[in-house]
Design a protein around this ligand. Structure first.
Ligand code: UD1
Ligand code: PEP
Length: 436
């Protein structure tokens, strides 16, 4: 049993180098499998999902390994069949990218249902609708499903809602389909653009990525290349928010500030001072000592990211006044609020909206991280709370943040990871503050 132990820590300060984006890496690793030749990816973070993907790749005769340089080498030239162990597929969200990447090459892909963060229902109807329009057949079984096609054909697809997962998956499928595919109401996320950039470097013909209409002309062959994943905007955002929570000064390095536009604007509104470096590759957040309540509505990019809603909630518990957060992408994504209340936060939840009475002191407690971003939210709340906060569900946090403890410690945070056996677990309960 593992937990994070966090103590109140004020004025965190220092610089953090931001690693490659988890969400982009998941797409790029699958996209590389479209190639007929080896691909080398730089900046892929060492997170749990990567380990599972390597095992899946091995079972499909795709060589995928981390070299001593840290780069990931992928040789998909021997892949013949795409049968993905249902258990492994369900250990993370995006095993479905292997459908897009391998359907044209293999004709059939079998895999388990998507896992990943389980905060709400996360349907894949848009993936299914689009692949069916391209000629694929689906067969659903108890623990797995099969997607098969004789010949994948380009199609004109309108997404009923903006979805980054389906935009990426169908873009992958369209690259080697016969003819032209047009994706309308497409997601404009940096991860979509990153995937299109890699694919174009491999010889794909994709235009319009980053706008709401993407056009893909199918090609017969794709070549190898070397490519670097974009920095993780969600990790960068969480560290900028940490400056506000602890009244400190934090610089995030190796970032693309444009990807954090909505986050920067909100932090300014809340009272942080934000400065970009002259080379536009780092951002510094300075606490001004005063926080203001605000209203936030999450939206797909370039809106305020649903994945930054949770750390921002931790910050707004510290801002005197009434803040309101609505999650328009996942209206029920508020598991972290139940845990924050155990730490004394005054938050009311009504139909997809959190009403936060900020400025109420938090106290340490035993809390549980139900997903990646709930975890970072509780960690930040723990830095602001009096006493000791113990956070279980560390495996969720480790899905998204590499070396989280070491990085926060380097900024001055009092945080440690504790790995215990069952006996000590009793101690954990006994020493925790009584739940409110
Ligand atoms: C690995 C990865 O990249 N995960 C991110 C990705 O998840 P993921 O790609 O799963 O999320 P989507 O962008 O697809 O979801 C956006 C919205 O569309 C809905 N939808 C999506 C597909 C579908 O077939 N039907 C449907 O109704 C979803 O329920 C949600 O309301 O984007 C989410 C929204 O920015 C982020 O929170 C996740 O961190
Ligand atoms: C929800 C997330 O991840 P996933 O889609 O991989 O579950 C996330 O990164 O916040």
């Amino acid at each position: 049993m593992k937990w994070l132990q966090v103590e109140r820590s004020t004025s965190l300060s220092g610089n953090v180098k931001i690693p490659g984006s988890k969400n982009s890496s998941l797409a790029l690793l699958a996209a590389s499998c479209l190639s007929d030749e080896p691909v080398r990816l730089a900046g892929i973070p060492e997170i749990a999902d990567f380990g599972v993907i390597c095992k899946i790749a091995e079972e499909m005769d795709i060589r995928m390994l981390r070299e001593s340089s840290g780069d990931v080498f992928i040789d998909p030239s021997h892949v013949r069949q795409a049968s993905i162990d249902p258990l492994k597929a369900s250990m993370f969200r995006t095993a479905y990218y292997f459908v897009g990447a391998l359907l044209a090459k293999c004709g059939k892909v079998t895999l388990g249902y998507p896992g990943g963060d389980d905060f709400v229902s996360r349907p894949i109807d848009q993936h299914i609708k689009a692949l069916k329009a391209m000629g694929a057949d689906f067969h659903f079984h108890q623990d797995y499903y099969e997607v098969a096609v004789k010949e994948l054909r380009g199609a004109d697809i309108y997404f009923d809602m903006i979805t980054s997962g389906a935009t990426i998956n169908i873009m992958l499928a369209a690259v080697r389909a016969k003819g032209t595919t047009v994706l309308r109401n497409a997601a404009q996320d940096p991860e979509v653009v990153d995937t299109a950039n890699l694919l174009n470097q491999m010889g794909a013909k994709i235009s319009g990525a980053g706008t709401d209409t993407i056009r893909i002309e199918g090609v017969r062959h794709l070549r190898g290349c070397s490519y670097t994943v974009i920095p993780d905007r969600l990790i960068a955002g969480a560290f900028l928010i940490a400056a506000g929570v602890t009244g400190g000064t934090i610089t995030v390095e190796d970032v693309i500030p444009e990807h954090l536009g909505a986050c920067i604007a909100k932090l300014n509104e809340i009272g942080l001072q934000i400065e970009l470096s002259a080379n536009n590759q780092s951002i510094t957040a300075f606490s001004t000592g005063k926080l203001k309540a605000t209203r936030v509505r999450t939206a797909m990019y370039p809106g305020f990211a649903t994945d930054l809603q949770q750390p921002l909630t931790a910050l707004l518990t510290q801002a005197p006044g009434k803040s309101i957060i609505s999650d328009r992408v996942y209206p029920k994504r508020f598991n972290h609020v139940l845990q924050l209340r155990r730490m004394g936060a005054d938050i009311d939840l009504r139909s997809g909206t959190a009403f936060i009475k900020g400025g109420v002191p938090l106290h340490g407690n035993l809390v549980h991280a139900t997903d990646i971003r709930a975890g970072i939210c509780l960690l930040l709340a723990g830095l602001a709370a009096e006493g000791v906060t113990k956070i279980t569900g560390v495996q969720h946090i480790e899905r998204g943040y590499e070396n989280i403890v070491a990085t926060f410690r380097s900024l001055g945070a009092k945080i440690e990871i504790i790995d215990s056996n069952e006996g000590n677990m009793e101690m954990l309960h006994a020493s925790s503050v009584t739940p409110s």
